[in-house]
Design a protein around this ligand. Structure first.
Ligand SMILES: [Zn+2]
Ligand SMILES: [Zn+2]
Length: 753
């Protein structure tokens, strides 16, 4: 820490000029500097400018001041650097906060953040003027990303522009020692946004079994009683969502423990200010409807993210004063899921809500503050290494991921499924919120909007645009239309490059990309690849011995097709029909595979999971990609290792012996055998290559790493053999992290050209 290595002798009056960079504007940084300066009896000044915060302090305790500032910044600040230089003393009498210098742009916008403790106290304090006001916030909390149009960050460029502050709010806003000093979204019941429906009415409707659409921070959510199967099933029917799990919101950690097993890591994530949905093992006695997550043993749980959410629980609790009721919260659990008509982006517009949610929701709860950009709830798994992102959005975006050093500014447009966008500026990589699958027009338009919004907020001028190697993806076409030099990046190269980027790993890196599907330059479908990457370059060292994928893309939703391919590969094609009597195409499929009709080869581990799940009778079809694998994982109590695998003469890892074993065991035995053997085989395979090349660090990437059993097993086995294992921590392992890897590869390509 530079701040502590100051050379000034202690207890002598000195003056320092200090530059602070990072997310330091609009987060109460100047008041904190002011308070610390008072505490250390320093004079001088502080101001915002185009580079962050600039300040000068003079006195005997400048070193202690710097240490305090570095160690205890305001809660939402993120300090990237504190630089300081000694300058001549000036002998002022006081410390002051200067108005921002002309052209002072807020250099970075923060994410939307949960209600802080101070605001929560006010929310439930009947004597406070913001008692039960659903839009209260301060410099330490509230909406940011979703209400901001562009830089500089000030009220006219936010969704708060139409609301003029009342006298009381204006006083707080102008007072450097107030929690709302320069809080751009600040508001109160007299001057701020208003809810369209009383809280009481919403709670009554939920209790009566209604489906309610609620306008939240990043868009509309659909809520209903999570214990009432008839309403959950009704929601599923109306949303045309057959099996995808619904998340549940409860009032507090105490309430979460009633429905799920919450360990320390999970508790920390649930309570985190980013307020993600955390996937947790469901309790047997949770009382939740089985229709929430059919076939899965987990439940996505979220604590209140916005004041409005808190007020719903507060109403059920009988409007108690203070916050103690959250320790003994009301026994309610509500489904809280994105309000998007099947496959389409989240609804943010009020007219759109009436038009497209009218057929889904019995009641629509709106308000008059706009949502400028959609932002879904984030979804994470709790892992001993920290969160693993299933979906990275609200709360985390637009916090940048720091690269190893300044890199050329580039734009990356992601893949096809679970798409995100990435923009770099200097050493910062800004990964967008989850956009979704680009198979419909509305999502493609959203993809364009996110690109524009992110470029406006980051104020980066990219010099190249990266896209997937697949020539026909909408994101690839969008990249070509940007008018910049394009860089095509192979899908699994991008997955491992994303890991290299976030871990700031430079030089060659050996890794496994364990994934669903990615376009391979050889015309096959990749997804179980052992790659050696180095910046813009990659080499495919080996792959999983491929299976045939009859029906092409259809196989991803019809796992029985992959089981048929595995049986055919074992010379047991004649069993297909009797094993899958319900599938009309089963009798003909052996001949389809044999003759390679619409039957590419695939080395995708995701498809191998499908084959295993269907062979074991766990799932013959999937409602969404990966469902069969999730159901298979749910059966595993303890993975069981076997030597049922081999290698082809080309060094491909051959799983046929494992499929042979699965064809003769029950579902649970098979699930445990599949996971255990896979961990053993994949780890040994990677270790051999690492030793062969003298590498001590390896990487794991790709969507299959969302399988906890596989991920934890691989990491433990590889670490036990002495290897350092890099895994995705800051970006999703799956296709949501693809754009980060694409950006990393494009930046290297530009530098190398
Ligand atoms: Zn607050
Ligand atoms: Zn006001």
């Amino acid at each position: 820490m530079d701040a502590l290595r100051s050379h000034e002798p202690a207890a002598v009056t000195a003056r320092l000029r200090v530059r602070v960079r990072g997310l330091v504007q609009g987060v109460g940084f100047r008041p904190r500097v002011y308070t610390l300066a008072q505490r250390h009896a320093l004079t001088g000044w502080v101001r915002n400018d185009g580079e962050g915060v600039l300040l000068e302090v003079e006195g005997r305790a400048t070193r202690a001041f710097l240490a305090d500032l570095a160690h205890a910044p305001p809660p939402l600040a993120r300090i990237d650097a504190i630089e300081h230089d000694p300058i001549p003393t000036q002998g002022e009498q006081a410390f002051r906060i200067d108005p921002s210098s002309a052209g002072a742009a807020t250099t970075r916008i923060g994410p939307d953040t949960v209600v802080c403790d101070g605001c929560l106290e006010e929310l439930f304090d009947p004597t406070d003027r913001r008692w039960r006001y659903p839009f209260l916030n301060c410099t330490h909390c509230g909406p940011r990303y979703t209400i901001t149009r562009g830089l500089p960050y000030d009220r006219p460029r936010t969704a708060m522009a139409p609301f003029s502050m009342c006298e009381a709010c204006a006083r707080e806003y102008a007072d450097p020692l107030d929690r709302r000093f320069h809080a751009q979204p600040t508001a109160c019941p007299d001057c701020g946004p208003q809810l369209s429906v009383p809280i009481e009415t919403v709670v009554t409707a939920l209790a009566a079994g209604a489906i309610v659409a609620i306008k939240g921070l990043g868009g509309y959510q659909l809520a209903c009683d999570a214990r009432d199967s008839s309403v959950v099933e009704r929601l599923r029917r109306r949303k045309h969502r057959d099996a995808k799990p619904f998340a549940v919101m409860v009032a507090s950690l105490a309430a979460a423990s009633r429905i799920a097993h919450v360990d320390d890591q999970a508790a920390a994530l649930l309570a985190a200010r980013e307020r993600p949905i955390v996937l947790l093992p469901r309790r047997e006695d949770s009382g939740l409807s089985d229709a929430l997550a059919p076939g899965l043993d987990t439940v996505g749980v979220m604590l209140p993210a916005a004041p409005l959410h808190y007020l719903l629980f507060h109403e059920v609790a009988g409007r108690p004063s203070g916050t103690a009721w959250l320790d003994a919260p009301p026994d309610v659990a509500w489904v809280m899921t994105s309000a998007n008509p099947a496959g389409q982006p989240l609804v943010i517009d009020d007219d759109e809500a009436r038009a497209s949610l009218g057929g889904i929701a019995d009641l629509i709860v709106s308000h008059d503050r706009g949502v400028l950009v959609r932002n879904d709830d984030s979804v994470v798994q709790a892992d001993r290494r920290g969160p693993v992102f299933v979906r990275r959005a609200r709360g985390y975006v637009p916090t940048p991921i720091h690269l190893d050093r300044d890199r050329p500014p580039v734009l990356a447009l992601g893949g096809y499924l679970k798409t995100t966008i990435c923009v770099t500026r200097g050493r910062e990589a800004y990964l967008s919120q989850h956009v979704g699958d680009l198979d419909d027009h509305a999502t493609r338009r959203f993809h364009d909007e996110v690109r524009e919004h992110l470029l406006a907020l980051v104020q980066s001028t990219p010099i190249a645009v990266a896209h997937d190697l697949h020539p026909d993806f909408p994101s690839t076409r969008a990249a070509r239309s940007v008018g910049l030099p394009t860089v095509a990046v192979q899908h699994h190269h991008a997955h491992l490059a994303a890991v290299a980027a976030e871990h700031r790993h430079t030089g060659p890196l050996l890794g496994l990309a364990l994934d669903g599907v990615g376009y391979g330059p050889d015309g096959t479908i990749w997804g179980g690849e052992l790659l050696d990457i180095d910046g813009a370059r990659y080499e495919r060292l080996a792959r999983l011995a491929p299976l045939r994928q009859p029906g092409g893309d259809r196989a991803a939703l019809e796992p029985w097709r992959m089981a048929a391919a595995a049986l055919w590969a074992l010379g047991r094609g004649e069993e297909i029909e009797s094993r899958f009597p319900a599938e009309r195409s089963a009798p003909a499929i052996a001949s389809v595979i044999e003759r390679r009709l619409n039957t590419p080869e695939t080395s995708s581990l995701g498809r191998m999971f499908d084959a295993a799940a269907a062979l074991l009778g766990v799932a013959t079809t999937s409602a969404y990609e990966g469902e069969a694998a999730m159901r298979l994982e749910a059966l595993v109590r303890r993975p069981v290792t076997s030597e049922a695998f081999g290698f082809t003469p080309e060094g491909e890892l051959d799983l046929r012996p494992l499929f042979e074993r699965l064809a003769g065991v029950d579902a649970q035995t098979g699930a445990e055998l599949f996971h255990g053997t896979l961990i053993h085989a994949l780890a040994g395979w990677l270790e051999d290559h690492a030793h062969g090349r003298g590498r001590s660090t390896v990487a794991l990437g790709g969507g299959c790493l969302l399988n906890r059993v596989l991920r934890q097993g691989l990491v433990e086995t590889l670490e036990a053999s002495g290897l350092t294992v890099l895994t995705p921590r800051l970006a999703p392992p799956g296709d949501g992290g693809l754009s980060l890897g694409q950006a990393w590869v494009a930046a290297h390509t530009v530098e190398g050209s």
